[in-house]
Design a binder for this molecule. Structure first.
Ligand code: 2BA
Length: 109
C-alpha cells in the first residue's frame, strides 16, 4: 500500500476530492501553508493499493491546474535599513506536488 501525500491549491481541492470519491478512493483533507508563498494550500492524504497509484496520480493530474501567483517578498533586514526594495514577482505554482510514501501497515480499528 502507498500513501500519496498530495499538496494542491485550495481552489482545486474540492474538485479533486469529488473526482477521487467517484473513482472509489478515500482521502483526508488537511489545511496547510506553503513555506515560500506563506499562503494556504491543501494537503490530501490518499491511501491506495500499489496497483492503483497510477490511476490516482492521473486523477490528480487531470484535476489540478498550474497557475501563476504574484508574490511580494516580505521585508528583509536590508530593506528595513532602506538599502533595497522588494518587488512583486510572478511565481508558477504547480498543479500538484505528490510524495509517494510506502505504508508499512494500514489499520482500521
Ligand atoms: P509554497 O512553498 O508556497 O511554494 C509555492 C510555489 O512557489 C512553488 O510551487 C514554486 O513554484 C514557487 N517557489 C517555491 N520556492 C521558491 C523559491 N525559493 N524561489 C522561487 N519560487 C519558489 P510548487 O513547487 O508547485 O509547490 C507548491 C506547494 O507544494 C509549496 O507551496 C509547498 O507547500 C509544497 N511543496 C513543494 N515542494 C515541497 C517539498 N519539497 N517539500 C514540502 N512541500 C513542498
Amino acid at each position: 500500500m502507498k500513501l500519496l501525500l498530495t499538496i494542491v491549491q485550495d481552489t482545486d481541492a474540492g474538485k479533486l476530492q469529488q473526482a477521487l470519491i467517484e473513482s472509489g478512493f478515500d482521502s483526508t483533507k488537511l489545511s496547510s501553508t506553503g513555506g515560500f508563498l506563506r499562503q494556504g494550500n491543501t494537503t490530501l492524504l490518499i491511501g491506495v493499493e500499489d496497483h492503483q497509484v497510477d490511476t490516482a496520480k492521473k486523477i490528480v493530474e487531470s484535476t489540478c491546474r498550474e497557475r501563476t501567483k504574484i508574490h511580494t517578498p516580505g521585508p528583509t533586514i536590508t530593506d528595513l535599513e532602506g538599502m533595497s526594495a522588494t518587488r512583486p514577482i510572478e511565481v508558477t505554482v504547480g498543479g500538484a506536488i505528490i510524495f509517494v510514501i510506502e505504508v508499512e501497515e494500514f489499520l482500521r480499528l
